[in-house]
Design a protein around this ligand. Sequence first.
Ligand SMILES: [Zn+2]
Length: 170
Amino acid sequence: MVFDLLLKLLTILNMINNSIESLKSPFKEKVKAFLIHVKVLNLTNVKPFETLRSIDRQKDLYAIWRTTQLWHKPVTWTMESFHLQWLAVDLCFYDSNNQPHWEWDYKTLIEICKLYWIRSLSPTETCHFEDNPFTPLQTVITNVSSLWSKCNITDKLSLHDINDKLRKMK
Ligand SMILES: [Zn+2]
């Protein structure tokens, strides 16, 4: 599909940032915990597709269906995207050939994100997860702690680090 090729080209040109580290705290810590939880559930094929976005790229995406690529459905509904504020992540499923699948079942992800006060924009933008600015950090800390017993040692260390950072933000 033309759109898939376009996205591939943008990735090659390094126009899509998918780094969790580039997100703002405490959203960054919440996403890290969310992704560890997703891994614990054996959804190992879920990866961030895009985190922060340039205003130029937002304009390009907004133009799809409106002024360009009229045969395709809109990609974004807003120019005020949380991606511009480093407060959103698009998650995607990848198959064994590393091909993205936007049509796979996001139900579990949409359930789990709530534990970390992350908002899902399903069904308008199912792959999109963004910050809830009214997060009770203590609740997130408690939920991160209850994940601890299910993890391997590396993830345990990450969870410890996440909670340490969240505690300092309270
Ligand atoms: Zn998004």
